[in-house]
Ligand binder design. Structure first.
Ligand SMILES: [Zn+2]
Length: 87
């Protein structure tokens, strides 16, 4: 997966959600690509901010799992953590 594909996927993530296959592909890419990790952390903050201002959070679980992957990679907690989804 190329970085540009990741960026296109991130836009899709914000607009309409993604498939489990896309999630796995992006998670694998960000583990290998420091540039996309930084990009994705910034995007996750935007998503988290959006979720605080609306009731739509269907992808909150993915955001949480993504943060867990990023924290495992970084070796320390990232802040701010996205909130847990309401179910
Ligand atoms: Zn990349």
């Amino acid at each position: 997966m190329e970085c540009l594909e990741v960026y296109a996927w991130l836009q899709a993530y914000l607009d309409s959600g993604v498939t489990a296959e896309q999630e796995r592909a992006v998670e694998a890419h960000i583990r290998a690509c420091p540039y996309c990790r930084r990009k994705l952390v910034a995007m996750a903050r935007v998503v988290n901010a959006l979720e605080r201002t609306s009731d739509i959070s269907p992808r909150a679980d993915f955001t949480r799992r993504l943060y867990e992957a990023l924290e495992e990679e970084a070796g320390h907690p990232l802040a701010p953590r996205p909130r847990e989804p309401r179910r």
